[in-house]
Design a protein around this ligand. Structure first.
Ligand code: SF4
Length: 445
């Protein structure tokens, strides 16, 4: 049996793609092993959202080849999809597989003929080592979601379920549409089947993932939307913890907020990309809303949904972001009682409109601004946790030991990250705990 090791960079959708590949490889008579082990085949499922993720992808490719020079090295995912020639030129790469090719991983490996001719349909570029096979499609032409059926998530307590793929919003800084194509959805029937499969496997929480969840259902016939899907899930799986991985501010309607305030399955936790708190920058980003609109959505959610946890994405250092523009972002986030921030340094991506914009911000300035916002995020986390000190809450035990406290990690529905004194065998159990302090320590009640 050939041994295969997979490593994954990037978002939950990419991690779900790896879980789908793992499952088909297991069915295909391959034995999965850890990426740090000697393996016959290494698969690097890459990300290309920043130049750092490209760099990390290249590092993993070289590490695989060092670990076993005779191994087959397969590079899949967004970096492979967007820059196939660049990836194929990396020493030791045997296959470059785009995002739609992952579903065929067993067939590709099974059909591996070693140092043969490049498959005709790829139109192999000149000067490329003959053994390097590039298998990509024109992702912008894709009309269906390939590869979403999964029943196990190795090493994860919470399962991910891909319900949507791609995005056609074309925010000016974002490479994702060129890597994942336009939006397409998994049918409601398949989503419900997917949930049933994961519930039957014993998962207590499922995170609904996609690239742009708010577009869910638009392409289906008849068309539907995320709210209708959520309502159906609420009826059929009222006891399941269902988390929505991310939702654009423009897609958080009054009706959706109303539903969230009474839902039994869907967690009272929203992760909402802001990206900038300056209206001029938001316009240049092609985000389609203003800072005051964003603030009004947050205020509405906070006023309607009890104990809701709100996480916010923000990009620092977009071209043209001067001190004034950054302060607008800083002050807006300071004012809004959100629970945590995910702070991303702007990364110039070739092929995106913003890459051609003038006034790029100096990397040192970007670093300083990221530090300020990450400090703010830590303070917001403590403030949010502080509201629950002394309170009894339900938390899902994730089984991993927290490196600092040595306690066990557990997560509440509203995204409090707790550390609990309990046994690892309690993994995947939802238990009652009392929050002890603003750092998130909690005791079983
Ligand atoms: S919504 Fe914008 S930032 Fe998000 S994936 Fe689509 S283009 Fe990228």
């Amino acid at each position: 049996m050939k041994t295969v090791a997979i490593t994954t960079l990037g978002c939950k959708t990419n991690q779900t793609d790896s879980a789908v590949m793992e499952e088909s490889l297991k069915q295909g008579e391959f034995r999965l092993t850890d990426f740090s082990d000697q393996a016959d085949v290494y698969i690097i499922n890459t990300c290309t959202v920043t130049h750092k993720s490209d760099f990390q992808s290249r590092q993993l490719i070289r590490r695989a080849k060092r670990q076993n020079p005779d191994a087959k090295v397969i590079v899949a995912g967004c970096y492979a999809q967007v820059s196939p020639d660049e990836v194929a030129r990396i020493e030791g790469v045997d296959y470059v597989i785009g995002n739609t090719g992952k579903i065929d991983i067993v067939a590709i490996l099974g059909a591996d003929v070693g140092a043969g001719l490049a498959p005709a349909q790829t139109g192999h570029p000149q000067g490329m080592p003959l053994q390097t096979k590039i298998i990509t499609t024109d992702i912008l032409k894709e009309r269906e979601v390939k590869g979403f059926k999964v029943s196990t998530f190795t090493g994860h307590t919470r399962a991910f379920l891909k319900i949507q793929e791609g995005c056609h919003a074309f925010c000016s800084y974002c490479i994702v549409p060129y890597a994942r194509g336009g939006s397409r959805s998994v049918s409601q029937t398949d989503v419900m089947d997917g949930l049933k499969r994961l519930v039957d496997e014993g998962y207590k929480e499922v995170v609904l993932t996609g690239i742009h969840l708010g577009y869910y259902g638009e392409d289906l016939s008849p068309a539907t939307d995320l709210l209708s899907l959520a309502k159906t899930i609420d009826k059929e799986f009222p006891k399941l913890r269902v988390r929505i991985s991310s939702l654009e501010p423009t897609e958080i309607t009054d009706e959706f907020i109303e539903f969230l305030s009474t839902s039994s399955a869907v967690c009272n936790h929203l992760h909402i990309p802001l990206q900038s708190g300056d209206d001029k920058i938001l316009k240049a980003m092609n985000r389609g809303y203003t800072s005051s609109f964003f603030a009004s959505v947050i205020e509405k959610v906070l006023s309607k949904v009890a104990d809701v946890g709100i996480g916010v994405d923000v990009i620092v250092g977009f071209p043209g972001e001067g001190e004034g523009e950054f302060l607008n972002t800083y002050n807006l986030l300071k004012r809004l009682p959100v629970s945590y921030l995910h702070v991303f340094p702007y990364s110039k991506r070739k092929g995106t409109p913003a890459a051609l914009f003038l006034k790029h911000v100096h990397p040192d300035t970007i670093k300083k601004r990221c530090v300020l916002l990450r400090e703010m995020s830590e303070e917001k986390k403590r403030e949010f946790m502080g509201r629950f000190v002394g309170e009894e809450v339900s938390a899902l035990v994730e089984g991993k030991k927290d490196t600092g406290s040595g306690l066990i990690k557990a997560t509440t529905r509203n995204s409090l990250q707790l550390q609990v004194a309990c046994d690892t065998w309690m993994r995947n159990q939802e238990i009652k705990v009392v929050v002890a302090d603003r750092e998130g320590r909690a005791v079983k009640s």
